[in-house]
Design a protein around this ligand. Structure first.
Ligand code: CP
Ligand code: NVA
Length: 307
């Protein structure tokens, strides 16, 4: 493993398997009330320049369960919001803390933070990617389907941070990945370049959800307008009409197809209320697995390596 978790493109398939296996082990220990204070005395600084419920709570609870402490820094209330350079903030946190989790806009900001610190930096979502979420998704799919290799993952919607991480995570774990996005809303070119370096049958980018959903083992979607795109909401509502996970679409998928959503969900937009409720157990397992996957990441990156 590298020092940081900045994006799934940086991880090897073996790194991802190690994280998922460690998450399984930590989940087992938590469910069986086995003490897991592997990060005793350690502090995680959590910088949020965007809203969050799951990421904040799962990192904070996870750090506590590992015997450590997590502290919340709001982008607005800290000096970052008043223009203090990220590199200065990084060099300060480097001297107080043992790890940094950051949710922000630009991926470059996270990469710069990592370059200016010796302590691990974990990406809690940028406009480019959402690696912690997708590690939780992979963990959930593996729990429900026993293995990832050979499954078909289908993503419907915006070629956003979730799409970018799902494509990379799916392909690196041996899944076949099909994506349906409207023209002009494709995933990031760096991700498409990686995807197209795989054998052609393993990745497809199409324009209709129906083409993408055929024989899928898991269908995923995400909001039509992400954080920071609030002003585009009305336009996006028109562009994405039809890019919805509903019963008709799922009828094209494999019987027993799972549905995953990173949440928050907009019922009646990217997913119908009926599909959401029919797959609520899988979706909330996915939300729970944020905790276990991130504990694994923190354990692997922040524990004392000499014990
Ligand atoms: N899925 C996710 O990252 O949720 P939050 O925005 O609530 O952290
Ligand atoms: N694409 C969404 C994901 C939220 C977890 C966003 O960036 O707002």
């Amino acid at each position: 493993m590298q020092k940081d978790l900045l994006k799934l493109l940086d991880l090897t398939p073996e790194d991802i398997t190690l994280i998922l296996n460690t998450a399984d082990q930590l989940k087992y220990e938590q469910k069986h009330h086995i003490h897991t204070d592997y990060l005793k005395g350690k502090t995680l600084a959590m910088i949020f320049e965007k809203n969050s419920t799951r990421t904040r709570v799962s990192f904070e609870a996870g750090m506590f369960q590992l015997g450590g402490h997590a502290l919340f820094l709001s982008g607005k209330e800290s000096q970052i919001g008043r223009g203090e350079p990220v590199s200065d903030t990084a060099r300060v946190l480097n001297r107080y803390c043992d790890g940094i989790m950051i949710r922000t806009f630009g991926q470059e900001e996270v990469e710069e933070l990592a370059r200016n610190t010796d302590i691990p930096v974990i990406n809690g979502l940028t406009d480019f990617c959402h690696p912690c979420q997708v590690l939780a998704d992979l963990l959930t799919i593996r729990e429900h389907k026993a293995a990832l290799e050979g499954l078909k993952m289908c993503y419907i919607g915006d070629g956003n941070n979730m799409a970018n991480s799902l494509i990379v995570g799916g392909l690196k774990t041996g899944m076949e990945v099909s994506v349906a996005c409207p023209e002009g809303y494709d995933p990031d070119p760096r991700v498409l370049e990686f995807a197209r370096s795989n054998p052609a049958h393993r990745f497809s980018l199409v324009r209709t959800p129906q083409e993408a959903a055929v024989d899928a083992d898991v269908v995923l979607t995400d909001v039509w307008a992400s954080m920071g795109q609030e002003e585009e909401r009305a336009v996006r509502k028109k562009v994405f009409a039809g890019y919805q996970v509903n019963d008709e679409l799922l009828a094209l998928a494999h019987p027993g197809c799972m549905v995953q959503h990173c949440l928050p969900a907009h019922r009646g937009e990217e997913i119908t209320a009926e599909v959401f409720e029919a797959h609520a157990d899988e979706i909330f397992d996915e939300a729970e697995n944020r905790l276990h996957a991130q504990k694994a990441v923190m354990y692997l990156l922040m524990r004392d390596q000499d014990v």
